[in-house]
Design a protein. Structure first.
Length: 401
């Protein structure tokens, strides 16, 4: 279905009016910057209510099939909504893993029963999802996952643990990669992928206190937890294939996400504002030529990242390396955010040592927390080091050694 420019402009005006009218008020506490930082009940319920309100208004899952709770409309409309949310710096959609990874995966590879069972709850935020990939002893070697899923008739018995399970304490379901056949020919063939319930006997979630002092991360323990074989997706022994499809959604290399943004990113314009108020040598920091030069460099880079996202949707512009932009986007944007927030701290001089809760902290310590949290995105979904390897091997065709 093709829409005219006039129709798109009218829809954009409608969306802007709705968000202006319904933008949530300041809750009185510091909101998390991404789903990886949701650590209190107050934060969680505020964000969950916000996602439900956006969904009820028809502005989430607009391109997902109607029969599963979506809108069945052109993707361009959802892109407009998401763009307006980012532009207005509205709170992010808390069910990020469900909306951006689990949901697209289920629509792509799940059975009809799984689509009907899981998709509506993902959109409404009734069912929060978390991810069970990383394990304490295996770092970034996802293919070496050791959590056991032993078949017992029509059930699987789970034993082991997963770590960094963001939203784990609030999640109703988890996407889980587990070892169902330890005797397989190689480590990849012995893996299976599951959509498992979290509120069952044998599953325990323990919060992990982070460098920021918050509790967004968790470790999840499985002790003889039983799940039915209907939780399998992609077939027994095909877990690696399903996991790779999930990572393509997670890293933004494949489309199909429900919409809405997943984190509150720092913009260069905000750092420019900070440079106008921060003092250096008794004068506004922005009067320093070196500061202005670095800000311009950041502005150029920010604009380049935005243009690259648009370029990725035009096939003739990426014909030489078709996956180059899609597979490098996560690496480039996460490292950009880390460096930008680090620069924001440097502008504050000695005041940069104050943190959230200190009355002397600039902007309530927002910049300090943003800098620490920026490291999460350089680790989750594959560390920056792993991303460099993936781009070198799969995009540029370089040798592994």
């Amino acid at each position: 279905m093709s829409l005219s420019k006039l129709e798109l402009d009218e829809f954009r005006a409608e969306v802007r009016a709705w968000f202006k009218e319904n933008q949530p008020a300041d809750p009185g506490f510091l909101l998390p910057q991404s789903f990886m930082e949701v650590g209190t009940d107050a934060q969680f319920h505020f964000l969950r209510d916000w996602q439900r309100k956006v969904y009820d208004a028809g502005y989430l899952g607009m391109a997902w099939p109607k029969e599963y709770g979506g809108g069945g409309q052109p993707q361009v409309l959802q892109d407009i909504v998401t763009g307006e949310m980012v532009r207005r710096k509205l709170p992010f959609m808390v069910n990020t893993i469900g909306l951006n990874w689990a949901g697209p995966l289920i629509l792509h590879m799940g059975s009809e029963e799984q689509k009907k069972a899981y998709i509506p709850g993902i959109l409404s935020a009734e069912d929060i999802w978390c991810q069970g990939f990383s394990e304490p002893d295996h770092g970034s070697d996802l293919g070496n996952a050791q959590l056991k899923a032993e078949r017992d008739g029509h059930e699987f018995v789970l034993n082991g643990s997963k770590i960094w399970t963001s939203l784990g304490v609030y999640a109703r379901y988890m996407i889980l990669l587990a070892r169902s056949n330890p005797k397989a020919n190689n480590k990849y063939e012995g893996l299976s992928f599951y959509l498992i319930p979290m509120k069952i006997d044998g599953v325990e979630v323990r919060p992990i206190r982070k460098l920021t002092g918050e509790y967004g991360f968790n470790q999840t323990f499985f002790r003889d937890a039983r799940v039915p074989e209907s939780c399998l997706i992609g077939g027994e022994g095909n877990g690696w294939k399903v996991a790779m499809a999930t990572l393509m959604f997670e890293r933004g290399a494949a489309g199909g996400q429900a919409g809405g943004h997943s984190m509150m990113s720092t913009e260069v314009s905000e750092v420019v504002g900070l440079a106008r108020t921060a003092r250096r040598g008794g004068r506004p920091a922005i009067e320093d030529p070196m500061v202005r030069d670095q800000l311009v460099r950041f502005l150029i880079e920010e604009r380049g990242l935005a243009l690259n996202s648009a370029r990725a949707r035009v096939k003739p512009l990426t014909s030489e390396y078709p996956l180059s932009i899609a597979m490098s986007g996560k690496l480039a944007s996460s490292e950009f955010q880390r460096r930008l927030n680090q620069f924001a701290l440097s502008l504050q001089g000695a005041d940069g040592a104050y943190y959230v809760g200190d009355p002397h902290a600039i902007d309530r310590g927002l910049w300090q927390r943003a800098y620490f949290n920026a490291f999460s995105a350089t680790i989750g979904g594959g560390t920056s080091e792993i991303q460099h390897n993936i781009i070198g091997e799969r995009v540029l065709g370089l040798a592994k050694s």
